[in-house]
Write a protein that binds this ligand. Structure first.
Ligand SMILES: *Cc1c(COP(=O)(O)O)cnc(C)c1O
Length: 450
């Protein structure tokens, strides 16, 4: 067994022993490997040079990849910044303790009120469009701000393997399309008119994009920044935000591609990024958390249908939404364990691994070769630390599972900390309209909600 799988087994056995997984009371649970997060953040830091090549680097974590506040707080404690894309994510970043100057607010649909709040707080803002730049100008006209302000470019270098994850096609919804007629000139005019506009932003991702495509996107942004500097003088662009988007290997336990490989591609395709002229901001999400989290769920029943074995588990669409709806784009590994957490090693048998939801497509894996699962076994779903259990889907009123932070101490002890308690299905029904008190519904009506 490789070290990562052995570590999961050790954590799982201990989780069962401590009752964090229980065939009656805790059917599904998720784990964030906090030691792993620390190592991955260290790898990211080590991959980018310091001065003189980069006068400053701010590595932010894209909150949407895992917005659980204790996880964000862990990252804040490691010195990371935070990239947020909604008011809700901004609230979580602030609650997690990120200082305003380490928060970057990106979103394609920021309201006036959200912009005013962000500028008052001093968080960095990347405008997504010319219209948003005008709104920012209006806000700054009556109240100056400490915020660093940039404009997002769509470098239009093309898409990757997953259409819904491709942000740099010619018609992508994000940013100002750099190659569309007149836009370069209009962008240069914006820099001429707005002295507060000092950053250039791009994000060419995400999962499914080759590294050289991402690096060529950044190269376009650097080229544009160079043009601004050539026109208006050194320092006119203070920083380049290169976004995130490093793809994750979902096939095995190797952390590939690495941040160092990506930095190498950036050196090859966008050497100007390391010219010493620009500070750099990064916004990685999936690559920091995906491989540092896993889920485990009990098998409730097994059966065969049309000759194929099916294991019905408690993990499905509510925690693996992308995989269930897009199984070809988002395959996940499954590992078979006995009920005490020990990995099963029997002969592999092709079987379906199903979730608990009431639709036929609720499958974590189809026709997957695994040791034959039995009722009371555990299935482990690795690589789910980003965009899986942290962003559950509320179909069928399935509750959100508990999430536990975990560290393995030097003496081998496994130390769990509660990140998020399991949702109580009764509280869920309250959220969904049961026992709404008249005063609350009047307030909601006044705000135009419901
Ligand atoms: C989603 C997103 C990220 C993070 O992408 P990952 O693929 O998770 O690294 C970074 N920046 C922006 C603007 C995003 O929308």
């Amino acid at each position: 067994m490789n070290p990562a799988a052995a570590r999961r087994e050790r954590i799982l056995q201990e989780a069962v022993r401590q009752g964090l997984l229980d065939p009656e009371r805790a059917l599904l649970a998720a784990f964030v490997d906090l030691d792993g997060v620390e190592v991955t953040v260290g790898d990211l830091r080590d991959s980018f040079p310091g001065p003189p090549e980069l006068p400053g680097v701010l590595h932010t974590f894209a909150a949407k990849a895992n917005c659980l506040v204790p996880v964000l707080a862990e990252l804040a404690g490691l010195g990371m910044g935070c990239e947020v894309a909604t008011a809700g994510e901004l609230a979580r970043a602030l609650a997690a303790g990120f200082p305003a100057e380490r928060i970057v607010f990106d979103a394609p649909a920021k309201t006036r009120a959200e912009l005013e709040r962000a500028l008052a707080l001093g968080v960095s803002v990347n405008a997504d469009s010319f219209q948003e730049l005008e709104r920012i100008a209006q806000t700054l006209a009556h109240r100056p701000s400490a915020s660093r302000i940039g404009v997002r470019l769509n470098c239009q270098v093309g898409g990757g393997a997953i259409a819904a994850m491709s942000t740099a096609t010619s018609t992508s919804k994000f940013g100002v399309p750099l190659g569309d007629p007149g836009n370069r000139e209009r962008l240069l005019r914006a820099f001429a008119e707005h002295p507060w506009l000092t950053r250039v932003h791009t994000h060419t991702g995400s999962q499914g994009c080759p590294l050289d495509l991402m690096a060529r996107g950044v190269a376009q942004a650097v080229e544009f920044a160079d043009e601004v500097v050539a026109a208006f003088g050194p320092g006119r662009v203070a920083g380049i935000d290169i976004g995130g988007g490093l793809p994750v290997n979902f096939a095995d336990d190797a952390f590939t591609p690495t941040f160092a490989e990506y930095a190498g591609q950036l050196r090859a395709h966008a050497p100007g990024l390391f010219s010493g002229r620009y500070e750099v901001v990064t916004e990685f999400g999936r690559s920091l958390l995906a491989k540092n989290g896993f889920m485990a769920a009990y098998v409730e029943y097994t059966k065969t249908a049309g000759g194929r074995p099916i294991a019905v588990t408690h993990a499905g669409v509510q925690v693996a939404t992308r995989t269930v709806f897009g199984p070809d784009a988002w395959p996940l590994r499954i590992e078979a364990h006995a009920g005490d957490g020990t990995a099963r090693t029997g002969r592999a048998v092709r079987q379906d691994v199903a979730g608990p939801a009431c639709f036929a497509g609720d499958l974590l894996a189809r026709d997957r070769a695994l040791p034959l699962l039995h009722p009371g076994d555990l299935v482990v779903v690795p690589d789910t630390g980003a965009y899986y259990f942290s962003t559950p889907f509320h179909y069928n009123s399935l509750p959100e599972p508990a999430v536990h932070g975990v560290r393995v101490l030097a003496d081998g002890r496994v130390d769990f900390s509660l990140v998020r308690p399991a949702q109580d299905p009764w509280l869920l029904s309250e959220r969904d309209g049961v026992r709404v008190r008249p005063r609350e519904s009047a307030g909601a009506a006044a705000r135009g909600v419901g």
